[in-house]
Design a binder for this molecule. Structure first.
Ligand code: GAR
Length: 190
């Protein structure tokens, strides 16, 4: 079945890349649900265009992370979700979801982890003056970008690199690497 839920908070270009890979049969999976914590995120429009159901929540309307993750969990059960795919979801996953989806939550991060975890990894790499950065796909654990690495790919940082130009390069890698890595993982583990 490979029913997946994509979690996103932003523009959703990775959501789109996963969807396009499914459409062109490069990835055998079904996006059954989009989970989003930002009501104004562009990813919601992408999901609407493709008739993918969405669960949008405002964290502030819940007493705790446990409360909103319970609400998410009931949606995931309803849609018979097997894998959680984080694609620019800017919240730490808590014990409620980690317990139920042990080994079945995957994240993509725009650096060569373990360096530059957390927010603005691209800005962090430029600030540090390193000559290369990259993309990491990893299993999610309770830490911030700390789980076991599944795949990594490097990108060269040029002397005149800007945040915008590096972001474009990183996105290009992500849009290819994420669907391909998910295809390997889901076929192996489903
Ligand atoms: C991606 O570059 C992803 O690696 C990053 O957010 C971006 C989302 O872009 N994720 C993180 O920084 C997670 N710590 P998108 O909304 O266009 O897919």
């Amino acid at each position: 079945m490979n029913n997946i839920a994509v979690f996103a908070s932003g523009s959703g270009s990775n959501f789109q890349a996963i969807l396009d890979a499914i459409k062109s049969q490069k990835l055998e999976a079904n996006i059954k649900l989009l989970v989003c914590d930002k009501p104004s995120a562009y990813v919601l429009e992408r999901a609407r265009n493709e008739n993918i159901p969405q669960f949008v929540f405002h964290a502030k309307e819940y007493a705790s992370k446990q409360e909103y993750e319970r609400a998410i969990l009931s949606q995931l059960r309803e849609y018979e979700i097997e894998w959680i795919i984080l694609a620019g979801y800017m919240r730490l996953i808590g014990p409620t979801l980690l317990k139920e989806f042990e080994g079945k939550i995957v994240n993509i991060h725009p650096s060569l982890l373990p360096v530059f975890p957390g927010k603005d990894a691209i800005g962090q790499a430029l600030e540090a003056g390193v000559e290369k950065s990259g993309v990491t796909i990893h299993f999610v654990d309770e830490g911030m970008d700390t789980g076991p690495v599944i795949a990594q790919r490097e990108v060269q940082i040029d002397p005149n690199e800007t945040k915008a130009s590096l972001q474009i390069k990183i996105h290009q890698i992500e849009h290819e690497l994420y669907p391909a890595t998910l295809q390997n993982l889901l076929q192996r583990r489903s």
